[in-house]
Design a protein around this ligand. Structure first.
Ligand code: ARG
Length: 592
């Protein structure tokens, strides 16, 4: 069934066409002044322009009057009003709202429609083995997860890949530092090539200690740095003991990352990384050479990717450094080869810090030059940084890099303080209170991130994020919890949902909000802009809140059929709210 807007749009477009104007001029949209009317059609001014160009006299208000005359009596329209120079304000008919509400209530997905099916890889998360996470990794995880869910909800096949950074100098640092600590381990004996222990000699905590230790020493000690470089090169050249260690490092990191990402509600389908595609590199390079698109450049192997007459400077892709080492470009290209072979996706989205925009531009151009993909099959979705109050990328109080667990703990604490302050859950069992604080903290963090335009920076402010008032995650949770409690109460009272009949303005407003869901999904998808979905969910929660205030559902004086109608409306609102929250990646508790 069409949305209210689609129905109105079809009517106004047809009216313009009947008067001999281009149909597109008759577009109806949501009004900038919802206080006057929910929808408006502003085509009369442009239509007058068309007539004037043809040398006719034209008055936009008169055109608007003619359009209105055509629309008068349309079953989906209750009221048409001309404002200013020729704006047409449109109020839909209550009967149309009732019919639409019934359709939304009967639809599991409350009006959401599927997109033409595509196979999409989302490359997000991007944490590095042993290197601590930075806020860029956090934002990537939150945004990428949301986009994954958004696309899946609309019928797309989506594969999320964490694309671990596990193939760089940090590996050499870890190997050499571990060797200094435990030289007797079998991994370091050059003569030994198999039979290594299954159990990792290090934990994640060890890695988190070894890496900064090595990296700090290497900064001031060239010989120390050289050992790490050599170890990295030997690892990449296939030294068995080092490969075995790498396996342990990766496994330990994945275990820890799964916990951290899991706490954030972020799940990956693939836990591949740079190391996983290393075996593809020699063939890939031979192939590229055979195509004649590589060049030797001072000992390095490159692909030139700049285009003619281009203003910006796009340096060549580096396939091999003069030392023979593979680089970030190389592993990303090999990953493209791997994805083609294993998945053959229609589209690959990279949710990575805006600061890597040039890197992806280079990689994409090389992949197109190689004929592997079309340009529109790869897109980098950059984002701004989450900053501290000082306006610089957020760091811990000690100035160190972020640990996901610490950030989550901070959010939980802020949430608990808010809950205590509001007296929420004071008499709940301890375990439930902890669970609520977790959910509120995560909801606060994720919503605060996603509600911003993706490319802007924002300031980390746990106190503001966890407020129950305003455009926050907790406000949305509260809205969902409130509806759940109404539904429980209805069950207790033996009231069940029935036919929806729309009357009250607050009911009308709620249906209009519900009607916008598919539009919000499509707009958010079109621009890969989660904030547009956040806007919708917030609007829905607000519309419900007004409905709840103005339209008693279970009160004794509410007639039975009205109770049943309002209850059905509340159920539908909850279902849509939960869909929205689920896409955003937020879990509502049952009560709070
Ligand atoms: N590990 C990288 C970093 O920390 C991010 C990886 C992003 N994805 C990719 N395919 N390059 O900067």
């Amino acid at each position: 069934m069409s949305t209210i807007l689609e129905t109105l749009n079809a009517a106004t477009s047809a009216a313009f066409a009947e008067l001999g104007f281009p149909e597109a001029l008759g577009a109806t949209r949501e009004s900038d002044r919802p206080d006057l009317a929910p929808f408006q059609c502003n085509g009369a001014m442009a239509a007058a322009g068309v007539l004037k160009k043809q040398g006719h006299k034209a008055n936009p208000r008169e055109i608007a009057q003619n359009i209105v005359a055509k629309l008068e009596g349309h079953p989906a329209i209750a009221e048409l009003e001309i404002a200013g120079p020729g704006f047409i304000n449109i109020r839909p008919a209550v009967a149309a709202l009732t019919a639409r509400a019934a359709a939304l209530a009967a639809d599991d997905k409350t009006g959401a429609t599927d997109l033409p099916p595509q196979k999409i890889v989302i490359d997000y998360g991007g944490a590095n083995v042993a290197k601590p996470m930075h806020v860029g990794h956090l934002r990537s995880a939150v945004i990428g997860e949301c986009l994954k869910r958004l696309l899946r909800f609309q019928g797309q096949t989506v594969i999320g890949d964490v694309h671990l950074g596990d193939w760089g100098l940090q590996m050499g640092h870890l190997i050499t530092e571990l060797q200094d600590e435990q030289p007797e381990l079998p991994y370091f004996k050059a003569s030994k090539t198999s039979g290594y222990p299954d159990v990792s000699p290090v934990t994640m905590d060890d890695l988190a200690r070894l890496y900064p230790a090595a990296s700090n020493k290497a900064k001031s000690d060239e010989a120390r740095m050289e050992r790490s470089r050599v170890a990295t090169a030997e690892l990449q050249a296939g030294r068995e003991g080092y490969r075995a260690l790498l396996g342990h490092f990766i496994d330990e990191s994945i275990k820890a990352l799964k916990k951290g990402y899991g706490a954030l509600g972020v799940e990956f389908d693939l836990w591949k990384g740079e190391a996983a595609v290393d075996p593809l590199i020699p063939d890939m390079i031979e192939g590229l050479k055979a195509q004649g698109i590589t060049e030797e450049d001072g000992g390095a192997l490159i692909i030139r990717v700049e285009e003619e007459n281009e203003k910006k400077d796009v340096p060549p892709v580096m396939l091999l450094a003069s030392s023979g080492a593979v680089l970030y470009h190389t592993t990303d290209l090999a990953t493209l080869v791997d994805r083609k072979a294993e998945i053959d996706p229609d589209l690959i989205l990279y949710v990575v810090d805006q600061r890597q925009a040039l890197h992806f531009e280079q990689v994409f151009r090389a992949a197109v030059k190689a004929g592997w993909y079309k340009p529109e099959q790869m897109e980098h979705l950059g984002f701004g940084t989450m900053n501290g109050k000082d306006g610089k990328p957020f760091k811990t109080r000690e100035g160190g890099v972020l640990r996901l667990e610490d950030l989550i703990a901070m959010m939980r604490e802020a949430a608990q303080a808010r809950l205590d302050e509001a007296g929420i859950g004071a008499d709940f069992p301890e375990e439930e209170r902890a669970d609520i604080a977790d959910k509120v903290g995560i909801a606060a963090l994720k919503f605060a991130d996603l509600q911003n335009q993706r490319t802007t920076n924002y300031i980390f402010d746990p106190e503001r994020f966890t407020a129950f008032e305003g455009k926050t995650g907790p406000y949305l949770l509260y809205a969902a919890v409130r509806i759940k409690s109404i539904l429980r109460k209805a069950t207790d009272m033996g009231v069940s949902a029935g036919e929806i009949v729309i009357e009250d303005p607050a009911e009308q407003n709620l249906v209009l909000a519900l009607d916008g869901f598919d539009r919000a999904l499509k707009a958010a998808t079109d621009k890969y802009a989660p904030h547009l979905l956040c806007d919708h969910v917030f609007r829905l929660a607000q519309a419900f809140s007004r409905f709840y205030t103005d339209c008693p559902i279970l009160a004794g004086k509410t007639p039975e059929p009205v109770k049943a109608s309002r209850l059905a409306l509340a159920q539908t609102a909850l279902r849509q709210l939960e869909h929205g929250l689920n896409i955003i990646g937020i879990d509502a508790p049952n009560r709070m």
